[in-house]
Design a protein around this ligand. Structure first.
Ligand code: IVH
Length: 676
């Protein structure tokens, strides 16, 4: 039992980390906020029940981080918090009760309700009336400096009107808000992207979040970004309420959303939330909920915050966008891992911006649980604008002759046998040469987050597989020898073949981490690939590593380690890698040249809490100096860095006779190493 629970917890963590990475770093989420919250809730529940399995690297123990290398880090003077979500009336009443209980008894309070803009949050700091720096939220404590990009937003004043600045003593202040894109601007941008043959954005939020992190500000200025500010923070001047804050922001020349309302009671709050939900589709920008805040700043201070969200505010999330339609047929798709996913082929219906004709049914258990049958009338939903799903069946409209769905007896693509691992819900096609598995692997390999081969999409891959030109991803790099054959193919002109071949060549420059991700090793998502690449530096050292060594990498769990081993044990995979190596792909990480210092090439374990650094920051410092940070103490560990309340790792270090560094010594060594 306990092993199964542990495994379940570890699997959840790996899933959540992967979604964090996709959301925060790639700005390319694949599940809705609601589904994500469900995963986190499930993990939290399990960790409450089995506290012995809580580890410091669990996603529940920190806020997610979105720092990429390209931007300078900025420390937020005050943390940029996020909001807890509520999804219904009851949860909103619970929030109100907590507010009441945490304020002095009998004290009156009022709320302000604002639309929750669906974009990316930023912070702007002004010194003597001039915009100095702009940054992303990052992990809430440290963000990325994006000043040049933010300055391209025309509605942001680069200079504040002097008279206001004097009137309010605002020499040094910070404003916060949400960068977004107007729906019509977003649609126009996507049309332009399509004409240029570039990737389309899934929704205005992704396109705003992606744009503020472009490396080239000139490119940003061509994109129609906008901003609403909702908060002002200054040490010199404090305003009385959030509604005053909004008025001051407006006077100072900032763009402030006007759809807000001060409410005296929760029923009034709820009514206004519903009003916002109703006018949602009439607004020219996207909102995904309402933000309910205690209006008085004094009371906000009394209430304070817990972990990463304030006690004085909460998000009221709107229901996902729903529609009715009919299930015409249930088909089965074979993915790159061989897993069969049932798909509902639907009578096309228009829902929140696009026509939907298919919805995922996840797996066979889900079909059984919801009892979805061919011919059923169903409610479908688009949460977070990702793949739509079937929510429920309208049973009283079911035809009497309808029959429950049966799982397929054989692979619907290649007719091979199916198998179902004991601890999984999915059925798998056992033939790794199954054309759909091959296509899936190729699509993944060529996709933007992997080798980023422009032009090699689903349609072309289908065609090439059908013509026998591609059997594995190693064949992609042989296509250049088949140029004359390719230009004979109908639909493919000489120019498009040459473009394709040159983007294939260009893909050889993708860094090791992307190549590793592209290989499609089960459970190795983009985030895990990056961590493995950083740690092992080359494919050979990863291939030769033991399972224990792999799990010792920070945030890499046992299912990933097992799967990596299995991958490299396979003769066929080793052969393909040899071919890819010969083609010139990057199979080792470029080692940063680090001058000799205390940390270089040594292995460290962090334990207990440090006062000057978070564990994550300490780990970043060590890695940037050429050291390695591993999760558990072994004979190979050079030093254990022990903060306050260090536990079993410290005892183990003592047992094995490993040197221990107290925080003080660690800081001295860091200082010295950095000066070199
Ligand atoms: S208040 C602690 N107000 O929603 C207060 N946030 O997780 C947090 N957002 O990161 C922010 N519209 O990016 C606030 N009117 C609004 C907002 C808003 C959108 C975003 C913000 C924040 C996230 C909540």
């Amino acid at each position: 039992m306990s092993e199964a629970v542990k495994k379940k917890i570890e699997n959840l963590r790996e899933k959540i980390r992967e979604h964090d990475y996709r959301y925060y770093i790639l700005s390319d989420p694949v599940i809705s906020d609601f589904d994500y919250d469900e995963l986190v809730k499930e993990l939290e529940q399990l960790e409450i029940k089995y506290p012995q399995y809580i580890t410091p690297d669990s996603p529940t123990q920190r806020v997610s981080k979105d720092l990429t290398q390209e931007f300078k880090p900025v420390n937020h003077k005050l943390p940029m918090l996020s909001l807890a979500n509520t999804y219904n009336e009851e949860e909103l009443y619970d929030f109100d009760r907590r507010v009441r209980e945490n304020l002095p008894e009998g004290e009156k309070y009022e709320y302000i309700v604002e639309p929750k803009i669906d974009g990316a949050s930023v912070s702007l700091s002004y010194l003597n009336g001039i915009l100095k720096t702009a940054s992303t939220r990052g992990d809430g404590l440290v963000g990325e400096e994006i000043t040049a990009n933010i300055k391209t937003i025309k509605s942001i004043p680069l200079k504040i009107n002097r008279s206001w600045q004097k009137k309010y003593k605002l020499n040094d202040f910070e404003v916060r808000g949400e960068v977004f894109m107007m729906i019509k601007d977003f649609e126009k941008l996507n049309k332009e992207q399509e004409l240029k043959g570039e990737k389309l954005f899934a929704n205005p939020r992704n396109s705003a979040a992606g744009t503020i992190k472009l490396k080239n500000p000139a490119e940003v200025s061509k994109r129609p970004l906008n901003i609403f500010l909702y908060s002002i923070i200054s040490v010199e001047e404090e305003f009385e309420s959030q509604s005053d804050n909004l008025e001051i922001l407006r006077k100072l020349g900032f763009n402030v959303n006007k759809e807000y309302k001060v409410c005296k009671s929760i029923p009034e709050v709820l009514e206004f939330c519903r009003t916002l939900e109703e006018i949602r589709y009439e607004l020219p920008y996207e909102i995904d909920g309402a933000v309910v805040k205690v209006n008085s700043i004094r009371q906000q201070k009394i209430l304070g915050s817990i972990a990463k969200s304030p006690r004085w505010a909460v998000a009221f999330k709107f229901k996902a966008k729903q529609a009715f339609t009919k299930v015409l047929k249930i088909t089965w798709q074979v993915g790159r891992t061989g897993a069969l996913t049932p798909v509902a082929e639907l009578e096309p219906v228009f829902l929140a911006g696009s026509t939907i004709s298919r919805a995922t049914l996840h797996n066979f258990d889900e079909i059984r649980r919801k009892d979805i049958r061919e011919g059923d009338k169903v409610v479908i939903e688009k949460g977070g604008d990702v793949i739509p799903k079937v929510v429920s069946v309208i049973l009283d409209q079911r035809k009497s002759e309808s029959k429950p769905v049966q799982p397929p007896a054989k692979c619907p693509v290649c007719n091979s046998k199916l198998f179902k691992p004991a601890n999984e819900v999915a059925y798998y096609c056992e033939n790794s040469e199954c054309p759909d598995q091959v296509k899936g692997r190729l699509e993944h390999f060529a996709s933007r987050g992997s080798m980023d081969i422009e032009g090699l999409g689903e349609a072309l891959i289908d065609l090439f597989v059908q013509k026998g030109l591609l059997k594995s991803y190693a064949d992609i790099y042989d296509l250049k020898h088949k140029r004359s054959e390719l230009i004979q193919i109908e639909r493919l002109g000489e120019k498009s073949v040459d473009n394709l071949l040159s983007s294939i060549e260009k893909s050889k420059q993708q860094p090791f981490a992307k190549v590793l991700f592209a290989l499609g090793i089960r459970y190795v998502g983009a985030g895990a690939a990056k961590k493995l690449a950083d740690h092992f530096s080359s494919i050979d050292s990863l291939a030769n590593a033991s399972e224990d060594e792999i799990t010792s990498v920070y945030e890499i769990g046992p299912s990933i380690a097992k799967s990596v081993k299995r991958f490299f044990d396979n003769e066929g995979n080793r052969h393909i890698i040899a071919k890819l190596k010969a083609a010139g792909l990057n199979f080792s990480a470029e080692k940063k040249v680090v001058s000799d210092n205390f940390f270089k090439d040594k292995s460290f374990v962090l334990t207990g809490s440090l006062t000057k650094y978070s564990r994550e920051e300490a780990s970043d410092e060590i890695t940037s100096l050429g050291g390695k940070v591993v999760a558990s103490v072994s004979k190979k560990t050079d030093y254990v860095i022990a903060g306050e309340n260090a536990g079993s790792k410290l005892s183990k270090a003592r047992e094995l006779g490993i040197k221990v560094l107290e925080e003080e010594e660690f800081l001295t060594q860091l200082d010295r190493a950095k000066k070199k």
